[in-house]
Design a protein around this ligand. Structure first.
Ligand SMILES: [Zn+2]
Length: 304
C-alpha cells in the first residue's frame, strides 16, 4: 500500500519546495518539487493529484493501492478509476487493478490562466513552441516555458555527467527563453531518484507530475508528444511500450475542466515536425536532440 501524506510547502534559500511524504509499505520516501520563490503561490499543496499520477504506473506494477489523508480532484479520480486504470489493466500483462482510496475535492480554479510548454529544445518542444498557435487562437499564446527534472536527464548522460548536462541545458534554455521573451520556470525534483521507473514507459506520468505540482498556474499545457502520430494509438502491451502510444487517453484523464493538457503535435510524425520547424532561426541556433552530451554530438542515433 502507498500512503500519501498531506503535501506541504517549505522555503529553502531562495527556492520553494512542494514536499510529498510517501509511505510505500513500511518504507518512507520524501519527494520534492522545487521552483523559484516567486512561483510558490502556484504550488498545489491542497491535493495530491500530481503525486498520484506520478506514481500511478509504479503502483500498478507493484500492486499497491493508494491512500491519502489529503484530497484528489474529483474529475481526475473519476477518469483514473473509470477509464485509465481499467483500460491499462485490460491490455497489459503486468499491471494490477489497484484502488485509489482518497477523498475527492472540486476542481481547482487556476490563479493565472497560464499557457505552458516544455523547453528541452528538442524537436517536439520546438514544434510545440513555434508551430504558430496564435494564428488559430490568440488565447493559446504560450505564457511560460518550463525545464523540469523529472526523468529526462537520466542514465544516457551518465558518461558525460548527468548534473553537468542538466546545468548546461538550463543555461541554453535560459538564453533561448530570454531571446524569445517568454519567462522560463526552472524546476528541480528528486522524483525520478526516489521513484525508480523506466523513463520511456512513464514520461507522460512524470511530466504530468511536474505540470500538476504547479496546477494553480496553468489553464493549458502543451506537452510535446514523443514523435508518434495519433495513428499509433494503442493500449496493447501498454506496460512494455513508450507511454506516448496512449497519450490521447492518458492526457485527457490527467486534464480537468480548468486545465487542458494537449498531446501537442500528435497529428504529425517527428519527421513532419522537423520539416515544419527546420527553417526557423531559433531552431537552427538552439535545437538539442543529443542523448549523449549537452551539445549535439552528431554521431549518436538521435543526432543522426
Ligand atoms: Zn548526439
Amino acid at each position: 500500500m502507498i500512503f500519501l501524506h498531506k503535501p506541504y510547502i517549505k522555503q529553502m534559500n531562495n527556492k520553494s519546495r512542494l514536499i510529498f511524504e510517501i509511505d510505500i509499505d513500511n518504507e518512507n520516501k520524501t519527494v520534492f518539487f522545487e521552483v523559484e520563490k516567486k512561483y510558490e503561490k502556484y504550488l498545489c499543496d491542497d491535493r495530491v493529484d500530481a503525486i498520484v499520477i506520478g506514481i500511478l504506473s509504479y503502483a500498478m506494477r507493484n500492486n499497491h493501492d493508494i491512500k491519502s489523508d489529503s484530497f484528489i480532484t474529483d474529475e481526475i479520480y473519476y477518469k483514473l478509476t473509470e477509464y485509465l486504470i481499467p483500460s491499462l489493466v485490460n491490455y497489459s500483462q503486468n499491471l494490477k487493478m489497484i484502488k485509489i482510496d482518497i477523498s475527492t475535492k472540486k476542481v481547482l480554479k487556476t490563479l493565472r490562466g497560464g499557457v505552458g510548454a516544455g523547453c528541452s529544445c528538442g524537436v517536439d518542444s520546438m514544434y510545440a513552441i513555434f508551430h504558430d498557435k496564435n494564428k488559430i487562437l490568440a488565447d493559446l499564446k504560450i505564457t511560460h516555458l518550463c525545464i523540469n527534472n523529472v526523468g529526462a536527464f537520466n542514465e544516457c548522460y551518465k558518461k558525460r555527467g548527468i548534473e553537468k548536462v542538466r546545468e548546461e541545458r538550463i543555461k541554453k534554455a535560459q538564453s533561448f527563453a530570454k531571446e524569445l521573451g517568454i519567462p522560463l520556470i526552472i524546476s528541480n525534483s528528486n522524483f525520478s531518484k526516489e521513484i525508480h521507473q523506466n523513463h520511456l514507459l512513464t514520461h507522460t506520468y512524470s511530466s504530468t507530475f511536474a505540470i500538476l505540482c504547479m496546477q494553480k498556474l496553468w489553464r493549458v499545457y502543451f506537452y510535446g508528444s514523443s514523435g508518434y502520430d495519433f495513428s499509433k494509438f494503442s493500449l496493447e502491451n501498454n506496460d512494455e511500450v513508450d507511454c506516448s502510444h496512449y497519450e490521447l487517453l492518458s492526457l485527457d484523464c490527467f486534464s480537468t475542466s480548468s486545465l487542458k493538457i494537449y498531446s501537442d503535435g500528435g497529428a504529425l510524425t517527428r519527421i513532419d515536425k522537423i520539416r515544419d520547424i527546420a527553417d526557423n532561426d531559433f531552431v537552427k541556433k538552439y535545437l538539442h536532440v543529443c542523448t549523449v552530451q549537452e551539445n549535439n554530438c552528431n554521431v549518436c542515433d538521435k543526432c543522426r
